[in-house]
Design a protein around this ligand. Structure first.
Ligand SMILES: Nc1nc2c(ncn2[C@@H]2O[C@H](COP(=O)(O)OP(=O)(O)OP(=O)(O)O)[C@@H](O)[C@H]2O)c(=O)[nH]1
Length: 549
């Protein structure tokens, strides 16, 4: 596949593309490599393509608007990033219609007369309720719309293609004309069930949360189907008047002074029941029509449900790490933002812990790389930062072969702090990756030492650095600040005002090469130890195994 980019600096780009390359693959390439550019418009230059065997693609790119105000906290809107958030519209089904029926005794056209004789015979077979009233058929209930959490789904991408979901309407009372006992209700519209990934939050558009579908099988009714219409009995004017007059004169109880006509109980009941279904005027027909279904605009937001969140700059090796310790097979490539969706992997329990011991099974989420300004929406950041919300443990993956790994580590911490300072209070371990490369291997001891020192030492627990690289006790935050009050000072300060140093240190720091399989066991031990620690303190931190904040 050949891409010749003539100009990258001008706002209009010319891309020469081989004819046999489908266009969609290019858009992927563009979003993957140039996340800060948006494809504005595309024109195929047919004239050129005839001669050179290439298609000349003229693309106009527009730089994503930087925050228009000088306020650095203004969010930058980059629409192509909303893979994990989507707006959809659902509509429940309308109710089916009832019918206007006539009693069999009524005179009907000669065509139906023969049939009517039989109906007359069946008169006594009319469906009746306990009080003797006629049971008339009703229209079918419109289909409800339900959204449910399905373990088989892992993204909201399909909702970007299909944004409208209509449930079927209820069936009409499939009958006209004369009332018979054979008539039945309209069929109910089938319920529409929409599967979404576990961890999807269903909200009203720009409104309140309807339900957080955090567990498999969780479901919520988002639009109720319309009621089916009722059926009415139609009668000729003179008969109706007679009936109404009769019923108004029927004796109702002992004290009814104005009663004129005396009737046996069963006859009176029958008569009263009948009149309630008798059509009185044109407006009665309104009840015959089924009720319309509801139309609702919804926002679906996917929040990954994982025990462990892998964070780090693009290219640090998060996806490779996930693939090395779980069965997940995320895309791995040597360019930033290979990961556009959070990938999930399952870490098996450690058999050495024994059956009765804490199980170290956990779900790991590889989150797309953070960059500086991610909390404002730069890169792929802001949307993905919220995926950390449900994790219990963070694993910082740092490329130890990068130019300045400590700066990279600080950048990620700073982004987390700016987005939600509580993320820095969450237990975490640091994985210094790529130690198979000489530049990483040589500086590993000093890197471990330096990173271990960033942050304050949790009180009263000892620093939990489980790995062989870290043999010495962690120094205190400030030299000489050995009193408890000095240690507690960061906890007293407002979270927003605290610096990275004023949040807890890592539980462990380990050097690994996830690609070459160096020190993987030590890393796993550190993650499991940290998970166990989270588990021990989970009574106050975790609710039902998923929620942290
Ligand atoms: N030498 C070496 N290369 C590694 C190691 N781990 C990962 N890589 C390479 O680093 C590159 C990036 O790896 P990824 O796993 O895609 O990095 P990522 O952090 O998931 O990147 P994003 O998806 O952009 O967030 C790939 O070319 C990997 O092969 C390692 O231990 N040693």
């Amino acid at each position: 596949m050949a891409y010749l980019v003539n100009s990258f600096s001008s706002p209009s780009l010319n891309l020469q593309l081989r004819k046999d390359v489908p266009f969609s693959s290019k858009t992927t390439f563009l979003t993957g490599h140039l996340p800060h550019l948006l494809l504005k418009s595309v024109n195929w230059d047919k004239k050129h393509s005839q001669n050179i065997g290439y298609k000349l693609l003229k693309c106009r790119f527009a730089k994503v608007k930087e925050a228009s105000s000088s306020d650095p906290y203004t969010l930058i809107k980059e629409p192509h990033k909303y893979f994990d958030q989507v707006f959809i519209t659902v509509r429940s089904g309308d109710g089916g219609h009832g019918a206007v029926l006539s009693m069999p005794t009524q005179k009907v056209s000669s065509k139906t007369q023969g049939r009517n004789v039989q109906e007359k015979k069946k008169k006594s077979l009319f469906k009746r309720g306990g009080d003797g009233s006629l049971i008339l058929p009703i229209g079918g209930h419109g289909g409800d719309v339900i959204i449910y959490a399905d373990e088989g789904k892992d993204s909201l991408l399909e909702f970007h293609k299909k944004k409208r979901y209509n449930a079927k309407r209820g069936g009409n009372v499939d009958a006209m004309g004369v009332l018979t006992s054979l008539m039945h209700d309209g069929f109910p519209g089938p319920m529409m069930r929409i599967p979404v990934p576990v961890g999807t939050v269903v909200k009203r558009k720009k409104g309140t949360v309807i339900k957080d579908l955090a567990k498999p099988g969780d479901e919520v009714l988002v639009a109720r189907g319309g009621q089916g219409g009722i059926s009415l009995v139609e009668m000729p004017e003179h008969k109706r008047k007679k009936l109404m007059a009769l019923t108004s004169n029927v004796m109702r109880d002992e004290n009814d002074k104005i009663s004129l006509v005396e009737m046996p109980e069963h006859k009176r009941k029958k008569l009263m029941a009948l009149t309630s279904n008798v059509m009185r005027d044109e407006n009665d027909k309104v009840f015959v029509l089924g009720q319309p279904g509801e139309e609702v605009s919804l926002e679906l937001i996917l929040r990954v449900v994982a025990d462990v969140g892998l964070v780090g700059l693009p290219n640090a090796g998060k996806s490779t790490l996930l693939a090395s310790i779980t069965l997940a097979r995320p895309d791995i490539a040597n360019y930033p933002f290979t990961t556009l969706m959070p990938n999930l992997g399952r870490l098996d329990g450690d058999p050495s812990l024994g059956a009765g011991e804490y199980s170290s099974e956990a779900t790991l989420a590889d989150l797309p790389g953070l960059i500086e300004g991610a909390h404002l929406g730069k890169g792929l950041g802001r949307n993905f930062l919220r995926h950390l919300r449900r994790t219990r443990l963070l694993v910082h993956v740092v490329d130890a072969a990068a130019e300045d790994p400590v700066k990279d580590y600080r950048t990620v911490k700073e982004e987390l702090r700016m987005y939600n300072p509580e993320y820095l209070e969450r237990p975490y371990v640091v994985v210094l990756n790529k130690i198979d490369l000489p530049e990483a291997r040589d500086r590993l001891p000093s890197l471990i030492e330096e990173i271990s020192m960033i942050g304050y030492n949790e009180v009263p627990s000892k620093p939990a650095r489980a790995f062989h690289e870290v043999n010495q006790p962690l120094p205190l935050l400030t030299e000489g600040a050995s009193t408890t009050s000095a240690l507690l000072e960061p906890l007293i300060k407002d979270k927003k005002d605290r610096q990275i140093e004023e949040y807890p240190r890592p539980l462990s720091v380990v050097g690994v090469s996830v690609l070459k399989g160096i020190n993987i066991d030590e890393m796993l031990m550190g993650i499991r130890t940290a998970l166990r620690k989270c588990h021990e303190g989970s009574d106050k931190l975790m609710v039902s195994g998923t929620s942290y904040t």
